[in-house]
Ligand binder design. Structure first.
Ligand SMILES: NC(=O)c1ccc[n+]([C@@H]2O[C@H](COP(=O)([O-])OP(=O)(O)OC[C@H]3O[C@@H](n4cnc5c(N)ncnc54)[C@H](O)[C@@H]3O)[C@@H](O)[C@H]2O)c1
Length: 455
């Protein structure tokens, strides 16, 4: 009797201290299973097949239409003037001055003028042209998916700026459309092509770090100060959306190290965030609003199917130095890019970091061959120190040679879906949320992430 009274009191106390969790709100049907939020996987339509390792017809010249040529799109047009066997066929923006400015870049490079399309729906006409192979998509976040779907449905490959999609529903939309149309949909995750990250990836693939079991990535970049002027759409989005709103720069390079959907997969995610402090200051300053749903700092932990742990962080409001973290811990070594580059290896330095000279020689020795070939030109052309140009070079190389792209549509979905997954976890008291298996069971078919090359 005494025992049952104690249990009843404990139950009442625990109920009283429990915060009620909100109903799950997700862009796709969702339910809870044993305390884990599960999002339903849509069935493939008849005739729709996996796009894993998808090869398409080789292209002698890659004919490109650019949609969204603001800061990022214009820089891409400039870089593409340095690539062989590509042609900029069309340029589209809501702002006609941007079309003119990009045509001036082409003229200065001695290249033919591109057809101009102006307006928020003008991309549809661009996608209907029969002389374009690739649509390069760099408008603000909410327009990435409509343009990518339109491109693929018109028989074009799509290259989508980051994030590739902002909701789980849209992640499935790009996956399903790529699978149905057999067109590539690559997210342009340029951080996968930075020099330290690529050398560390090669070292991980060669086993230098042993079994890599813990990885960290982040996007911590103080943007809030000048938002009202440069990217007004971004502050609007962050004010209206809680969660890690920009997860792919941090996740891309570490997902490649972990062979995500090439032998392992993200299993479930848990997120926590702080209140909005400086976000609210920016909201007041630029939008005269008292609300900013995005917490200043958001952290998500993802457990993989094989039990490895991924940590990804987002903060665009803090007075602290830029970092994407990029940290790998393995059974026999460690690599860290930010705030200082460090490598340690069991047989060389034990638990201490190797000297700068040894680190430089390791980074050099593990440089991929294709990086050695293109490095000088990439540093000269630039784009975040050269990594953007290496990404362009690889995309065009794979399209020329009919090879699978370095980043497929499943990468785009897996890295981008963390936005909505983190929001769902946060809104439900940091509950775990199952990460959708966008490869629909085939995550263990391809063995390891590898760049494709012609024979
Ligand atoms: N990978 C990177 O390192 C990196 C860096 C910066 C920005 N980005 C991404 O690039 C994208 C663009 O960012 P930005 O800084 O260039 O923004 P921006 O505001 O400078 O440019 C966006 C451009 O898109 C145009 N636009 C918007 N909707 C359009 C539509 N429906 N049709 C045609 N044009 C449209 C706008 O007029 C504008 O010129 C974002 O997705 C951002 O996340 C990536």
């Amino acid at each position: 009797m005494k025992r049952s009274i104690i249990i009843a009191v404990m139950c009442l106390l625990s109920l009283a201290s429990c915060k009620p969790v909100k109903t799950i709100t997700a862009s796709v049907p969702a339910h809870e299973e044993d305390g884990v939020i599960v999002l339903e996987t849509p069935a493939r339509e008849p005739g729709q097949e996996s796009a894993l390792g998808m090869k398409c017809e080789p292209l002698d010249t890659v004919r490109i239409g650019f949609v969204g040529i603001g800061g990022r799109g214009t820089a891409a047009v400039q870089r593409y003037t340095y690539l062989d066997n590509v042609r900029v066929v069309a340029l589209c923006d809501e702002n006609p001055a941007r079309v003119d400015a990009c045509n001036e870049i082409l003229a200065n490079a001695g290249l033919p003028q591109a057809a101009g399309y102006v307006g928020s729906e003008a991309y549809k006409e661009l996608c209907e042209r029969d002389d374009i192979d690739l649509v390069y998509i760099a408008p603000d976040w909410l327009d990435h998916v409509p343009v990518a779907l339109c491109a693929m449905n018109n028989g074009k490959h799509a290259a989508n700026e980051v994030p590739g999609a902002m909701t789980i529903e849209d992640c499935w939309a790009i996956v399903n459309t790529s699978e149905k149309t057999r067109r590539h949909c690559m997210m342009l995750e340029n951080c996968c092509y930075d020099f330290f990250e690529m050398a560390a990836l090669n070292m991980a693939q060669q086993g230098v770090f042993g079994e890599v079991y813990h990885v960290e990535g982040a996007y911590i970049h103080f943007l809030a100060e000048d938002w009202g002027f440069s990217e007004p759409w971004r502050i609007d989005y962050n004010m209206a959306h809680r969660g890690d709103n920009y997860p792919t720069h941090g996740l891309g390079p570490i997902a490649q190290v972990l062979d995500i959907h090439r032998g392992d997969k993200f299993d479930y995610l848990v997120s926590m965030d702080t209140p909005s402090y400086n976000g609210k200051v920016a909201a007041k300053r630029y939008r005269d609003s008292d609300e900013c749903l995005d917490g200043d700092h958001t952290i998500s932990l993802i457990r993989t199917e094989k039990g490895k742990v991924v940590e990804v962080q987002h903060n665009v409001y803090a007075y602290r130095p830029y970092t994407r973290m990029f940290q790998l811990t393995g059974t026999e070594g460690f690599a860290n890019k930010y705030p200082i580059e460090q490598i340690s290896v069991k047989g060389i330095s034990g638990h201490r970091e190797v000297s700068k000279e040894v680190m430089d020689s390791l980074l050099n020795a593990y440089k991929f061959d294709f990086v050695m070939e293109i490095e000088d030109k990439a540093r000269e052309v630039g784009g975040h120190g050269g990594m953007d140009f290496i990404m362009d070079y690889r995309l065009v190389y794979c399209l020329h040679n009919g090879l699978p792209l370095d980043q497929d549509v499943y990468d785009a979905a897996e890295w981008s879906c963390v936005q909505e997954l983190s929001r769902i976890s946060l809104e439900n008291g940091s509950k775990p949320v199952k990460v959708p298996d966008f490869a629909r069971g085939d995550w263990n078919v391809v063995k390891g992430f590898r760049y494709a090359f012609k024979d």
